[in-house]
Design a protein around this ligand. Structure first.
Ligand SMILES: Nc1ncnc2c1ncn2[C@@H]1O[C@H](COP(=O)(O)OP(=O)(O)OP(=O)(O)O)[C@@H](O)[C@H]1O
Length: 342
């Protein structure tokens, strides 16, 4: 069942200069997010990702379209009800946004105070949350006594204080080193698995997508240009922007100088084979190349996994009698997963 529905949502900001056209940050976006899932929103800087997320928790009003969260159309709610609805949507940020003058305890307690929860229950809840994020012994510290990863854990505890059913994460690991990123991603996984919280994660890091996402939404110039199940999007990216992102996880060919060296050693015709677990394209190469004295040699590979399923590219050199190689190349490149590399 869908917990967040965006229907033809657009957001325009006034032109930064006088008399210019408005900036359309989000342009006619329709997305459905199923309860209990993790959706990654990817796209280059300026694609409209942050704006989209601010529309989901109604930090910004939509220009047109509808945003529905748990059956409530946020854009139609009066301020009081909107504040209540926002308690059901937690948010974490790249720069953590903690109150530096307050202790960890007070930071996590803050949303509970706003919600009017009595002191005793607030204390219990903060303890429970700090336990969950592994910071039970840090309640009395100030943010400047914590590492980046610990600060983000406090951010997560604070976002979860009012037991929201949705958590929005805007580049939550972008300021962290790779190891700390892994720890925070693991915690976010637990938030989803153990608490059943639906998550929308903005990122430009494909490792985050790979580690967390069930579903991917790809944005470019304010529009959603591609969306789908994470394995489908990574193993069969359909838009150029998605392919560029996917190639940060797996490369079809080695970097420039290395490729020149590879070409020197393997001057024959090269075929790049996109690997998917639902299409035995490797078997196809072996069958076709096995005919007429053609030989296919694997010369480079970039393969990764998501949700335990392999995706990526294998590069083969075809050698043998010239006519037979041409026939093999023609037959193989008719498959959408195979293309010749110059
Ligand atoms: N408050 C605002 N006023 C005017 N223009 C804005 C505002 N917020 C965003 N924009 C513009 O909307 C477009 C989308 O911005 P947004 O921050 O949503 O993109 P993004 O994909 O999140 O980028 P980044 O990864 O750099 O944060 C950009 O052209 C940006 O300049």
């Amino acid at each position: 069942m869908s917990i967040i529905t965006l229907e033809h949502v657009s957001k325009a900001y006034p032109s930064p200069g006088r008399g210019g056209d408005p900036v359309t940050a989000v342009d006619d976006v329709s997305v459905e997010i199923a309860e209990g899932t993790i959706t990654a929103v990817i796209g280059y800087s300026g694609a409209g990702k942050s704006t989209l997320v601010r529309l989901i928790n109604a930090l910004e009003p939509v220009t047109s379209g509808r945003v529905v969260v748990r059956g409530q159309e946020l854009s139609a709610l009066p301020e009081r009800q909107l504040r209540r609805a926002r308690r059901d949507i937690g948010m974490i940020f790249q720069q953590f946004n903690l109150m530096e003058s307050k202790t960890v305890f007070r930071n996590v307690e803050f949303p509970l105070r706003l919600a009017g929860i009595p002191a005793e229950r607030r204390r219990e809840r903060v303890r429970e949350l700090l336990d969950f994020v592994g910071l039970a012994d840090r309640a009395d510290n100030h943010p400047d006594q914590l590492s980046g990863g610990q600060k983000q854990r406090v951010g997560i505890a604070r976002a979860l204080a009012t037991s929201p059913s949705v958590l929005l994460a805007d580049e939550a690991t972008s300021a962290l080193d790779p190891e700390t990123t892994q720890d925070v991603l693991e915690l976010l996984r637990r938030v989803n698995d153990e608490l059943g919280v639906t998550m929308v994660v903005i990122t430009h890091e494909m490792d985050v997508v790979r580690a967390l996402a069930d579903q991917v939404v790809v944005m470019e110039h304010g529009r959603v240009v591609e969306q789908g199940d994470v394995y489908r999007v990574l193993s069969d990216p359909r838009q150029p922007v998605t392919r560029r992102f996917m190639r940060t996880l797996v490369r079809p060919t080695p970097p420039h100088a290395e490729f020149a060296e590879l070409r020197r050693l393997h001057p024959g015709r090269l075929l790049s084979v996109r690997v998917r677990d639902d299409h035995d394209v490797q078997g196809l190469v072996e069958r076709v190349a096995g005919r007429e004295g053609v030989c296919a040699e694997l010369v480079y590979g970039g393969v990764n996994t998501v949700q335990g399923r392999g995706f990526g590219y294998l590069l083969h050199e075809l050698t043998g009698p010239a006519d037979a190689v041409t026939r093999a190349v023609d037959e193989l490149t008719a498959d959408e997963c195979i293309e010749e590399v110059a």
